[in-house]
Ligand binder design. Structure first.
Ligand SMILES: [Zn+2]
Length: 234
């Protein structure tokens, strides 16, 4: 049977060695969602497509194969986001973004893909605060999946939130008077950071805010993304 080339504009999110010198690469394509492909011989010295199997590589990939079994035959690199590996906080945030992008891309999700590209650019080139970039990505991804979270106003009575708030599946983010039982409490500093009202706060609060966002992704979208990269910095 004839094989057909598949062209994918994609980010490499994961790569594991396979056999003597191959790598199995997980790609997330803007139009295809998650695709797995083999980079043959890419662990050999001087392998031409080594970069195509590096996590964070963004490019136009050409895959040969069919029925979900593909081999990477070409890759025209658009960006390597190499600056991310120069800073440990940026690297942790970047790894978490790749993991989240992969898990959220079982079906193609172009908006989540664009949120990830924006965050990776901010981390690699704009010297962005790692936890701000991660927050923006997670809020964007939650929104792309059809949920919206407003940390500035109560979702029930519409009052302006000034301090702590509460989250529930049914009501979203609400004020203290509107909170019912079984809600997740959100302290005032964390809420202000997530609302974009305050960024000049200790790193530990930003980390707690992003850990909370991962919990909300699990609650609302049903996808578990490990918070280990964040909890180990607490
Ligand atoms: Zn309220």
């Amino acid at each position: 049977m004839q094989t057909q080339d598949l062209k994918v504009n994609a980010i490499a999110v994961r790569a594991v060695p396979y056999g003597e010198s191959d790598m199995i690469v997980t790609l997330v394509g803007v139009d295809t969602g998650r695709v797995t492909a083999t980079a043959r011989g890419c662990l050999k010295r001087g392998a031409k497509l080594r970069y195509a199997a590096e996590p964070f590589n963004f490019g136009d990939y050409v895959l040969a194969g069919r029925n979900g079994r593909y081999i990477i035959t070409e890759c025209s690199q658009i960006d390597s986001f190499s600056g991310i590996t120069a800073d440990i906080d940026a690297y942790y945030a970047g790894c978490l973004i790749l993991e989240a992008l992969s898990k959220l891309s079982g079906e193609p999700s172009p908006e989540t893909f664009m949120c990830a590209l924006r965050a990776l650019k901010a981390l690699a080139y704009d010297n962005a605060d790692a936890n701000c970039a991660l927050r923006d990505f997670l809020l964007g991804a939650i929104c792309s999946e059809g949920n919206s979270l407003d940390f500035a106003n109560c979702n029930s009575c519409r009052c302006k939130l000034t301090d702590a708030a509460y989250f529930s599946d049914s009501d979203g983010i609400v004020c203290q008077s509107c909170a019912t039982t079984g809600v997740i409490p959100i302290d005032g500093d964390v809420r202000a950071f997530l609302a974009g009202e305050r960024e000049d706060i200790p790193k530990v609060i930003k980390l707690r805010a992003n850990i909370l966002l991962l919990e909300l992704v699990h609650n609302m979208i049903g996808i578990h993304i490990s918070a280990d990269y964040l909890t180990e910095q607490l």
